[in-house]
Write a protein that binds this ligand. Structure first.
Ligand code: ZN
Length: 248
């Protein structure tokens, strides 16, 4: 493992990326912090600043037992309606358009990769931009929460609708996880960014990587730094911007 000290090393990382057969980006909350979205589990994140019960407000138990509280919290903290993609999202969309990376796997639910133009996005924890009826499974976009107050209900059958997001107390979507595993298993270059890699099972995805080049971009150390070829402790937006710039 080498920490990037100078631009020539960053240039090496860029050459590895641009020469990749199948490069994949796997990102966490740190990718969206520059868009004003708190890192829910990192230092200074929502869960550390406020009461621990925030975890309860985003749980399956709260949705089922106290849906008013659930949606009140969700509306206030999880809609991200005014959030815009930052340089990290934009650089990743550019890298995909240029054919440099094949896909983005994210732990975020803010939909900012798609907003930036990324096409192939695997959302491990679902998305706050999509809702579905708990009874008839009719699907709605985020507009439904703006059109209704309190607990939103299905326009077809009247049952409660819920966000298409993995809540505390729920398992990750198996199909989505398998898709992510396959992408990473097929990659020769894996860039992990903005994730402290401590939350499983998403973090364990790194173990499915069999390729040659693991690159970690994160301010704080991760348990996987020792496995990485390069560790870059710098701004993810700035680093991705540089990696996406022009030809090597
Ligand atoms: Zn329904």
């Amino acid at each position: 493992m080498r920490r990037i000290q100078n631009t020539s090393e960053l240039e090496t990382v860029k050459q590895i990326l641009w020469n990749a057969e199948h490069a994949v980006f796997f990102g966490g909350a740190g990718v969206s912090t520059d868009s004003g979205i708190p890192d829910f589990r990192g230092n200074g994140g929502l869960y550390r600043n406020e009461e621990e019960s925030n975890e309860y407000y985003l749980s399956r138990e709260c949705l089922l037992c106290e849906p008013e509280k659930f949606f009140s919290f969700f509306r206030e903290n999880m809609l991200f309606a005014n959030a815009e993609p930052n340089d990290a999202h934009i650089a990743l969309a550019k890298l995909e358009e240029q054919g440099i990376i094949q896909s983005v796997i994210t732990q975020n639910i803010d939909g900012l990769h798609q907003k930036a133009g990324s096409q192939r996005v695997i959302e491990l924890h679902g998305t706050a931009a999509r809702y579905y009826c708990t009874k008839c499974r009719k699907v709605f976009d985020g507009q439904i929460l703006l059109e209704q107050t309190g607990v939103p209900h299905c326009t077809a059958c009247g049952a409660v609708i819920r966000p298409d997001v993995t809540l505390y107390g729920e398992a990750l979507d198996g199909f989505c996880f398998a898709d992510a595993e396959e992408e990473i298993a097929n990659a020769d270059v894996l860039i992990v960014g903005g994730s402290s890699l401590v939350v499983n099972p998403a973090a364990s995805l790194v173990h499915t990587f069999q390729g040659e080049h693991l690159i970690i971009i994160n301010y704080s150390p991760t348990p996987y730094d020792g496995l990485a070829e390069f560790v870059i402790r710098d701004s993810i937006s700035e680093v991705l911007n540089l990696l996406a710039e022009g030809n090597t």
